[in-house]
Write a protein that binds this ligand. Structure first.
Ligand code: FAD
Length: 332
């Protein structure tokens, strides 16, 4: 098997944490396969970031710098990465399932006519001692509590995207790596051009670091909105999150969605309110220490993954919980 690659993502000169997390997983896969681990880094004046990539696990960094690469440009980035992959033929390519990675990964896969598994929650190697070791890409299945193992047995590379927070980065280690400077030629006319990136001001506690996360689902419609969830989160000093319908209803911003295509969280306590427990949602809090679920449907799948289940109307349960917590002053 050839090298394992991580397509590193930087925004305005700062590496995204998911790239370092992928280097953590990449280190594990590369060791098992007895191959090298490389990172690809594109941007403008980003050479200094190569050191971080090396100290977090990359043996070599393919570095492409050009003023026109300062911001992510779909077509140029996809062309450059696909050509590089085609030249060096890595066996596995890992990409963060960020908004940028979700745009880039399918473009590369299509150009290389290979498979892509999106939003993997685990990656492992089988048949590592044979001529054709295989990457097993695990994703939550549709319509049931299924984990599906996906393989790309014929075409190479095997491309997978993974959401931020799913994998664990290695500890920083002072080490030497090879920096290979790419001759970047960005002459092509861009049909679509990123002109600027606007930083969205985020309010409330950060989801990934919160010790308590209270997530609301479509069931909050009966309460007329998210106020009850916000109140419970506030009294517990936790962060507010939600399901896809909660985002679609405009109750929470997209960056507060938990699940396969949203955030992955690992709090001490995860409280799910009025969410049925679709696997695409529950995939986002598999590492939570304790899960408390509140739903009026006793057969809701959320109770299969909950440590504590409260069956009843959230409009009755949440005010009682809030009052009780306020009175006792109980904290997590
Ligand atoms: C490829 C793909 C990716 C996806 N990614 C994500 C993702 O990242 N995150 C995500 O959340 N979804 C995702 N989805 C959508 C997911 O499949 C579900 O549709 C979604 O999670 C359902 O949200 P919900 O539980 O809020 O709504 P519902 O499934 O409608 O559940 C609402 C729940 O509220 C309960 N309820 C209603 N009223 C009350 C009340 N008064 N008191 C108590 N309980 C009440 C109901 O009993 C029900 O269980 C994805 C889907 C696909 C196909």
């Amino acid at each position: 098997m050839n090298e394992v690659w991580v397509i590193a993502e930087q925004r305005l000169g700062k590496l995204m944490s998911v790239s370092l997390e992928l280097l953590g997983k990449g280190t594990e896969l590369a060791r098992q396969l007895k191959v090298g681990l490389a990172a690809v880094l594109l941007g403008d004046k980003v050479r200094a970031l190569s050191r971080q990539l090396v100290c977090y696990g990359a043996d070599r960094v393919y570095l492409g710098e050009d003023p026109r690469l300062r911001l992510y440009q779909s077509e140029v980035y996809a062309d450059l990465v696909a050509k590089l992959v085609d030249t060096h033929k890595p066996g596995i390519v890992l990409i963060g399932a960020t908004s940028i990675g979700r745009d880039l990964a399918p473009r590369i896969a299509a150009k290389l006519k290979t498979g892509l598994t999106a939003h993997c929650v685990e990656l492992r190697i089988v048949n590592e001692d044979t001529e054709k070791p295989q990457l097993v890409q695990v994703v939550p299945g549709w319509g049931g509590s299924l984990m599906v193992n996906i393989a790309c047995p014929v075409r190479r590379p095997q491309i997978a995207t993974v959401s931020p927070g799913v994998m664990t980065k290695c500890d920083w280690e002072e080490r030497e790596g090879e920096i290979i400077t790419l001759a970047v030629d960005v002459q092509q006319e861009l049909r679509v051009e990123t002109l600027e990136m606007v930083h969205e001001e985020r309010t409330g506690a950060a989801l990934e670091e919160a010790e308590v996360v209270v997530a609301g689902g479509w069931g909050l419609l009966s309460a007329g909105g998210f106020e009850l969830v916000e109140e419970l989160a506030k009294v517990l000093g936790g962060a507010v999150a939600g399901t896809r319908p909660a985002v679609d209803s405009g109750w929470i911003p997209e960056h507060r969605m938990v699940g396969q295509s949203g955030k992955t969280v690992s709090p001490k306590l995860f409280i799910s309110v009025g969410a049925s427990g679709a696997p695409q949602f529950t995939a986002g809090f598999l590492k939570a220490k304790v899960v408390l679920a509140i739903d009026q449907n006793p057969n809701a799948p959320i109770f299969d993954v909950a440590d504590i289940g409260l069956v009843g109307d959230l409009c009755d349960i949440l005010p009682c919980l809030v009052t009780e917590l306020k009175e006792t002053g109980l904290r997590i």
